[in-house]
Design a protein around this ligand. Structure first.
Ligand SMILES: [Zn+2]
Length: 172
């Protein structure tokens, strides 16, 4: 396994739409392992392939919340939301590509997600709570959407401006 660098806002790759994965093979399993290692190291609870510069429809997450914090890695290939609840819920979200910024985001409280697992078998996950939010956040990444896109325009522009300035300073 290898840790990969995480792209930071306003990297344009974060705004691109990722391609479907045709075969869940050794390359994809290695990519998923690298993503999990990168996510745990950050540390974070979810990561989408575009965040490490790979424009393929793969996300990993671990929302294990038991007392021992037993790792519960989840891998979703070509995830697709096939049902969402009318009921909404609000979570304070953050993103490894937008470090040190969090904000409340309202999303459907429950979603059903169809995908392939790390062995290429179809998996249907009915999610609620943090898992539902996390899945929607990561699937957004595959479509070039960031959680700040769910905020008001004013708030979003303020964040983008700050990170654009930081990137310029870093490059100088
Ligand atoms: Zn994110």
């Amino acid at each position: 396994m290898a840790k990969r660098p995480i792209l930071i806002l306003p990297d344009p790759v974060l705004r691109r739409v990722a391609e479907p994965i045709n075969a869940v093979d050794a390359r994809i399993r290695t990519l998923a392992e690298d993503m999990l290692e990168t996510m745990y190291d950050a540390p974070g609870i979810g990561l989408a392939a575009p965040q490490i510069g790979v424009l393929e429809r793969l996300i990993v997450l671990d929302v294990a919340t038991d007392e021992e914090k037993t790792p519960a890695p989840m891998v979703f290939v070509n995830p697709e939301i096939i049902a969402r609840s009318d009921e909404m819920s609000v979570y304070e979200e953050g993103c490894l590509s937008i470090p040190e910024f969090t904000s409340d985001v309202e999303r459907p409280a429950r979603v059903t997600v169809r995908s392939l697992d790390k062995d290429g078998a179809e998996q249907i996950v009915e999610a609620e709570g943090l898992l539902a939010t996390c899945l929607q956040h990561e699937i957004d990444h595959l479509n070039g959407v960031l959680f700040i896109d769910h905020l008001s325009r004013l708030k979003r522009e303020r964040v983008v401006k700050k990170f654009t300035k930081q990137a310029k300073l870093g490059a100088a």
